[in-house]
Write a protein of this length. Structure first.
Length: 75
């Protein structure tokens, strides 16, 4: 891959990650997740996309725990 191609893929990935963040802020988590995944496909080392996918996964797990108690972590 040429240096120019790498810069273009990185810029596209960051744009997709930013779009994902805006969508998440508007409450469209599913579409945000798709944009983050696209960013990772375009530029696999896009830290912002990986981080935000982790945040979405973590938040989804937290929502799944509501009403069931958090065991030792809830203390």
């Amino acid at each position: 891959m040429r240096a120019d191609d790498a810069r273009v893929s990185e810029a596209l990935a960051l744009g997709l990650a930013d779009l994902g963040t805006a969508l998440k802020a508007l409450g469209n988590v599913a579409e945000a997740q798709e944009r983050y995944q696209q960013a990772v496909q375009v530029h696999p080392s896009c830290a912002a996309a990986h981080y935000n996918l982790g945040v979405i996964t973590s938040e989804a797990k937290m929502v799944g725990c509501q009403g069931r108690g958090l065991g030792k972590f809830g203390k």
